[in-house]
Design a protein around this ligand. Structure first.
Ligand code: 5GP
Length: 110
């Protein structure tokens, strides 16, 4: 499904896109700022990290930091997280990093 967003076949509120990565607003925001950062290339989750170009993974995190700055939350703070598999509650099996901020975040560690 996120492949469709990266390729423009499904609409989303895209805030950043380059040849490697797309960032767009989450459809059900869990914080004032809730943006998802995905690789354009399909990877199911971080489980595939060791078989993946590290430049692509690094780029996702760089884009998260850039989008956070552009959203005005770089100073107030934010959280970047990724859910992997059923125990973490992953619901979309295309690697995505949640960027959350804009308000005080609760700590949920398990
Ligand atoms: P997960 O639970 O897999 O870590 O996170 C999936 C996230 O994708 C959820 O926060 C959910 O709201 C978001 N999401 C699911 N489908 C869509 C969609 O079609 N468009 C957008 N923008 N977000 C979606």
């Amino acid at each position: 499904m996120f492949c469709e967003i990266a390729s423009g076949r499904q609409p989303a509120r895209i805030v950043y896109q380059d040849d490697l990565v797309t960032a767009f607003w989450d459809i059900h925001p869990q914080a004032r700022v809730h943006i998802l950062v995905i690789p354009n290339q399909h990877l199911t989750s971080l489980r595939e990290a060791e078989e993946t170009d590290p430049v692509l993974l690094g780029r996702c995190l760089q884009v998260a930091a850039r989008v956070a700055r552009e959203a005005g939350i770089a100073e107030s703070g934010y959280r970047v997280l990724t859910n992997v598999g059923p125990d973490a509650g992953q619901s979309v099996y295309h690697l995505h990093f949640h960027l959350l901020g804009g308000n005080r975040l609760r700590m949920a560690l398990g």
